[in-house]
Design a protein around this ligand. Sequence first.
Ligand SMILES: [Zn+2]
Length: 309
Amino acid sequence: MTLTNAHTHLELTNMRHLCPQEPVDFADWIRGLAGHQSLRTSKQIMAGIEQGIAELQASGVTYVGDINTSQLSFEPLARFGLKGIVYLEVFWRGRGRALRLLERVQEKIREIRRHPLHGDMQIGLTIHAPYSCHPELFRRGAAWCKQEAVPLCIHIAESQAEVDLLADGSGPFGEDRWYYRWPQKLGIFKRLPTGLRPVEYLASLGVLEARPLLVHAIRVNDEDIRMIADSGSAVVHCPRSNHLLSCGRMPLEQYLAAGVDVYLGTDSRVSSPDLDIRAEAEFAKQLHQGFVAPEAIDALLVKPFPCEN
Ligand SMILES: [Zn+2]
């Protein structure tokens, strides 16, 4: 049987000591993670990737969707015979630097597309999340992905802090003092009092036209789910990470009823107790009891990623 884990950050596997044991505040958690991540060497990052691959293989996974900031995970994943997509990550709040980083990542993606091992393991782009990225990064990155047929992945509608930022610039992500605490300063970022919900925000920037893989997608209403379904975008459900980061329950039953492509993912070892996708499915069965039949969740486990449709 081939199993799918459609959302990992394998390079963080050896940072498991940062994974909370009990639910914590999302904004506090990501601030702590950013501080540790910037201090790592390439050797430490590669060791994390290799540990992650070993955990995936031990759990029987063949298909993986991996987010990668270091740009180091494509080759080891392909060499180990895993299939799926590695998404190179870009994020920055200031416009100028964000767009320069995008150009660099685009160049790397073009290079990896010519790699002899590119095929069953593909390369894509991740634009991290609304609270860490300038809107022009979403607009240009998504347009490029659509034009070049490059897979796109985005963390969206995950926390209340993200919803508050996009609604009226409030909450921890709207406070200037929040980003001063990042070790690598995130540049000049004006508040985004857009009055939009996270999925609406992506739609307003043309992002859904690139049919992205949307990670988490918890804080949504009927209209958001309809837009996701109509655009042909897919979602990844990571219920144990959502639990530990106090993000709430994804309305899985509504996505399935709307015909949205749904995958299961563990997320990284920094917000998940392990990379065992079967354990993720068991947790999902408990969480959605009375809403989604267990067989429907088992079906997500064995769905190839990416699924052709
Ligand atoms: Zn993630």
